[in-house]
Each structure stands twice: as structure tokens, then as C-alpha cells.
Write a protein that binds this ligand. Sequence first.
Ligand code: PLP
Length: 420
Amino acid sequence: MPGRHFLFVPGPTNVPERILRAMDRAMEDHRSSVFPELTTGLFRDLKRVFKTTAGQPFLFPATGTGGWEAALVNTRSPGDRVIAPRYGQFSHLWIDLAQRHGLRVDILDVEWGEGAPAARIAEILADDRQHDIKGVLIVHNETATGVTSDVAAVRLALDAAQHPALLYVDGVSSIGSLDFRMDEWQVDLAITGSQKGLMLPAGLGIVCASPKALAARQQAKCPRAFFDFGDMLKANATGYFPYTPSIPLLYGLRESLAVIFEEGLEAIFARHHRLAEGVRAAVRAWGLKLCARAPQWYSDTVSAILVPEGVNAAEVIDVAFRRYNLALGAGLGRLAGKLFRVGHLGDLNELMLLGALAGAEMAMRDVGIKVTLGAGVAAAAEHYRSTAAPLAAGAPTAPAPDPARPGPGQAAAPPAAARA
Ligand code: PLP
């Protein structure tokens, strides 16, 4: 299909040209004496993205799922009890992974469309006077439902109960796009992947561990080899890896961090919020509903949009893809067919999103959903226009007309000699 592909799944996200170029390089010796010049800077700068000074970042050649596993097997033993609210496909899959490693998971089922129930967690922790619960697992941004949870509130729940359980947070679709404060929220294990806010291809499972999490390794008996923090720590201390790292991804990460710091984390969070608000304005204008049940849960990185009863959302996605070259996210698990998702994270601006909204509108009309063409686009455009930052004073305007080259209908200025 001619023209650009519109990639609007909530990961992998668009990779900026300069990151693509940074990854396009010859392989090199990952044991050379200069290699640590690349890696030590990565570890240092990643901490800024996690907002931690005390945390220890790990870079695994893996994905977010590998990050989940690394976080658990390095800090837990089979039979350990953890609590985990389940409010979407990713919290569900993380629980499943924990169970496969022999953990006893107290599952707190929550309506899909809501987030972590901090008050319920507080009660459970307060009742656990023996400190039998060893960990609390929270998905910060549930990508399947477009719901963001309040991690700070979960931290308060732990503190109120003076409970020593470790706080595990999946930040796969939040870190680098939504405000995430590892140190302030005392997150013990924070997990992300490369293919979302970091604007890279999939291939890095990134985990950041607090000093308390690193100490927990001493008692943790879950078998681990590839994901062993100990092997990583030993090799990373001198800027190397215990096995062959992905050279292109590391150079890509170097560039990604540069892109992030040039814009600034706070500006990135504000941009994501503004872009997301435009999408939400479009959803209202279509007369549709988000899966997220209340504004407190709205995600600024992904919107999960429910289609009317009797419509299969998979058809919207299929038509958008085949007819308009637009990739929208599918409904996952029990939400399959009920919604489609618009990812609005990473390297993205207003006009890109307006294009995606236009494609979504057309695809919805094509499958018989009664939305007014242009309604969502207009609502989002109005939001973007009315909230745009003022142009900087002195910004260049159109060039002054050149008297020697008159436009149509204008008389040419007489030669300089005639004017004199
Ligand atoms: N957690 C969340 C919130 C996700 O959105 C995803 C993937 O989309 C994962 C975990 C799993 O990550 P990966 O697919 O990189 O293994």
C-alpha cells in the first residue's frame, strides 16, 4: 500500500528516524575495552527515566514478560505468598507467570475498566500481622483496558500497615510516557520493555531493583539462570554483560534516552496527556465509551474504545488495516471483539493522531457503526488547537515579498537606477 503505515497499536510504537539510524551499524566486539563507554552511560541515564538514584537497572535481551520473570525469580521462593489485583489481560498474564513459578497468588479480581484497589489492598495488608504476604504486584498501566492505577496509593497502603512486602510494578506501558517515580513511591521492582515509551523495537526487558529488592536475592530460592541478577551485577559492574547483548538495541537505547532528555520527561508526560485528552474528546463525539470506567482510571498512553453491542470490534480493526493502512490494537482476552485500542504513546504528535482518528472513524462507518464522519476528528482537533502552546515570540514568519520578483497581478518594481 502506498503512503505511510499508521501504527497505532499500544506497542510496538513508532521508532523515530534518528533512533533507526542509530541502530543501523556494524556489529562490534562486546568485550572490547571501549564497550563500557556505551553501557555505563546507559545504566546511569536509565535511572533518570525510572526516577531513581538508589535503584539498580538491569538490561535483559528479553521483553516485558522476561522483566516480569526476572523481577520475581530473583526475589522470591516457590510457595511465597503475594497479592495481585487482576483487572486486565496483562495483570492476568503476570499472575499466571507467578503461579507457574510456584508462588501462591492471592488474586484480587477487579472489574476490567478499573485499576488497583488501594483501599482493599490496605485492608488485606493490615490484617496480615504475621507478614505472610511477601509481595504486591501492580500493573501501573493496564494496556488491555486503558487504565492507569495509582501506585502512590498502593505505597501508602503498604506504609499504613507498616508492611514489609516488596512492591512490584509493571511499568511496561507507562515508564517513559507517564509519570513514574520509583524512589518516591518506594517501588522495589519496576519493569518495562523497549518497544513502548522508549520508542525502540521489542528486545529489551528492563528491570530496576531497589536496594531492598537486591537484598531479597539472598533468601530467594526460585531457580534462575538466564535472568540471574547476580551474574548481571558482576558483569555490569565493569560495563559488560554475562552473554552477548543486542548491539543495535543498545545503540538505539542510547539515542532513545537522548531523544527523551531533549524533550524532557515532564514535557513528555504533558504531551501524552494532551494527546490522550484529544482522543477522549473524539470518543465522546462518537457517542462511544471507553473501557476505563471513570476519569480517575483514564490512561494517557492507550484508549480502549468499546464498540456498540452487536458489532465485532475485530472487524473495525481489520477494515482499518486492510483499507486504510492503519493498525489499531485488538481487544485482549475476555475483551476480544468488544473494543479496539488506540495507542497514543511514544513518538507522536497531533496530526498523526488525527490521521488515526480519521481512519478509525471511516472503519467504524464501514462496518455499520453510526458515527458521524469528522465528528471525532473535529473534537480532537479543537482540543489540540485550543490547548496548543503559544508560538515563541520572534518565530520566523512568511518571507517578505521580493520586489524584483512580483507575484501575479503585481507590478515589478522599477530598476534601482530608475528609482534614484
Ligand atoms: N505488561 C504490559 C502492561 C504490557 O502492555 C505488555 C505488552 O504489551 C506486557 C506486560 C508484556 O510485554 P512483552 O510483550 O514485551 O513481553
